[in-house]
Design a protein around this ligand. Structure first.
Ligand SMILES: [Fe+2]
Length: 187
């Protein structure tokens, strides 16, 4: 059984599923691919998307109820794709943010242009709180593409990375195909 750790499966709240029917179709597709658990990762702080922790919890429980009612054997758990910004620690304290199933693992999305100058400060603050940052789709970040060895140094600082499965197949274009990053071995 596989776990999908990044999926915009919740309906009508970001650029993911556009309806409950679409969410259920995604869930059925996942089950066919031997996925038993999906981490719902709605955008937070990116453009107009503000999906706080409480609203995600509610939507996840509604989604699980919907899946049960149509007998799809898949469990959705809470997560969030948090756009990196200065206020992350404050928003964590005020309960707006959440992690993967309320664990230590927090999914962060960097701006595609690169790595913000204050990102190291944020990593330090998160490390004090014993939160492990998981950077979403590094293969689409110009900072990593320009400086591939920086992935190694972030990994050495305890940062984890999450690659989009379709990037392995080049679905986002040749430039972002994961082989672009293959020269860096982590772990
Ligand atoms: Fe995402």
């Amino acid at each position: 059984m596989l776990i999908d750790t990044h999926c915009h499966i919740l309906p009508n709240i970001d650029d993911g599923a556009g309806s409950l029917e679409e969410s259920i179709a995604m869930a059925k597709g996942a089950v066919l691919n031997d996925i038993g658990v999906i981490v719902a990762t709605p955008h937070y702080g990116k453009g107009k998307y503000v999906n706080d922790a409480k609203s995600i919890e509610l939507k996840v429980s509604q989604m699980n109820a919907a899946l049960e009612s149509v007998k799809v054997n898949l469990t959705v758990i809470t997560g969030q794709e948090i756009h990196v910004r200065k206020s992350i620690v404050e928003e964590l304290y005020t309960g707006k943010l959440t992690t993967i199933n309320q664990s230590r693992f927090m999914i962060l999305e960097l701006p595609s242009y690169g790595i913000p100058t204050n990102f190291h400060d944020l990593l330090y603050e998160l490390s004090i709180l014993q939160i492990v940052p998981v950077i979403a789709h590094p293969e689409r970040n110009f900072g990593f593409l320009k400086n591939k060895s920086s992935i190694r140094s972030f990994f050495d600082q305890g940062v984890l990375f999450q690659v989009t499965a379709s990037s392995l197949l080049g679905a986002h274009g040749r430039k972002y195909r994961i082989s672009q990053l293959n020269c860096v071995k982590v772990g």
